[in-house]
Design a protein around this ligand. Structure first.
Ligand code: AMP
Length: 313
């Protein structure tokens, strides 16, 4: 039993939105791919606090997945998602938008970029490094779908998690350059008690791997400790991460594959020169991506980061 409206079509959202303008209601927006957890709910709560109405979209966006990635197996748990939203205080102020792929991509959307035709949004300069290096079509897919959703919802404020820190930078840049009148709010990563960043992909892990995966955040905290106590280089920060993870990433029994650990300037995402002293007047991001074994077969790709030296996000 839910106490909010659920829309499947763009037209329904547009009609509803027009009413909000007429009534002078502010609208917050939380775009998600579903499989909601406490991290998503934190964004929704923030939006409910700061706006008269909140739109939550649930859409597994094909264009941000490479043909080799987990689009098919990505967890889809709509009933449970709706129940979680219904359980929030002020849930009557929520509207849920669950479009189909055809609704969002009326001309179709092949996953193979070379077959794609039509309009896409590319945010140059902040999409190619870090995650973009390993997932080359990811940020084009993200920026495109977020732009489409903003064109439908027309939000005053939109809420994103700092867990996907590069995404927040890409979206902020898109909004600035395309003159989109939406304020982007970045909310701190919500973590399990163990420190593991909450993620829909954690569902792939056994409880034992989940516990071990708390070492990921510990490795970032080790980098923070080095940053806080010493005059350090980017290499020192990376070494602190590598050292903390080595039980799982090195040696014959190690089964985790660390894809990257990297230190970048927060504003520009420029990679820091590994041997130069870190300039503490500018915020930096220490981030990593790591493949850990799934409970079934294969691996789950987890990402995490810590922002150092920033007064606000
Ligand atoms: P997703 O459904 O994974 O696309 O995430 C939707 C939004 O929730 C994005 O802005 C994410 O950054 C945010 N998010 C995901 N995990 C967390 C978390 N653990 N804490 C805070 N925000 C999160």
């Amino acid at each position: 039993m839910t106490n909010f409206q659920l829309f499947r079509t763009i037209q329904e959202v547009r009609d509803w939105r027009l009413n909000q303008i007429v009534n002078g209601h502010s609208v917050g927006f939380v775009p998600t791919m579903g499989a909601l957890h406490e991290g998503h709910l934190t964004l929704v709560r923030e939006s409910l606090n700061e706006n008269d109405k909140t739109v939550v979209s649930i859409f597994v966006n094909p264009s941000q997945f490479a043909p080799t990635e987990d689009l098919e197996s990505y967890p889809r748990t709509l009933e449970a998602d709706l129940e979680q939203l219904a359980g929030l205080d002020c849930s009557e102020s929520i509207v849920v938008f669950v479009p189909t792929v055809r609704e969002m991509y009326p001309s179709g959307i092949p996953l193979d970029v070379s077959l794609q035709k039509g309009a896409f949004v590319t945010v140059l300069g902040v999409s190619e490094q870090l995650e973009g290096k390993f997932r080359p079509q990811f940020f084009r897919g993200v920026a495109t779908v977020v732009c489409k959703l903003f064109n439908i919802v027309y939000p005053n404020n939109a809420y994103f998690g700092s867990k996907d820190i590069q995404q927040t930078i890409v979206v902020r840049r898109m909004v600035k350059d395309l003159l989109i009148p939406t304020n982007i709010r970045v909310i701190l990563t919500c973590r399990e008690k163990s420190g593991l960043a909450m993620s829909s992909r954690n569902q792939y892990l056994s409880s034992e791997t989940k516990m071990k995966a708390s070492q990921i955040y510990r490795s970032l905290l080790a980098a923070k400790e080095v940053y806080d106590t010493e005059n350090c280089t980017a290499e020192d920060l990376e070494s602190a991460v590598l050292e903390t993870l080595k039980e799982y990433t090195n040696g014959v029994k190690a089964s985790w594959n660390l894809e990257y650990v990297c230190v970048n300037e927060y504003e520009t995402l420029d990679e820091l020169n590994s041997s130069e002293k870190v300039d503490k007047t500018k915020p930096i991001i220490v981030s990593l991506a790591i493949h850990v074994p799934r409970a079934t077969t294969g691996t789950a790709r987890l990402i995490d980061n810590i922002v150092l030296g920033a007064k606000s996000l």
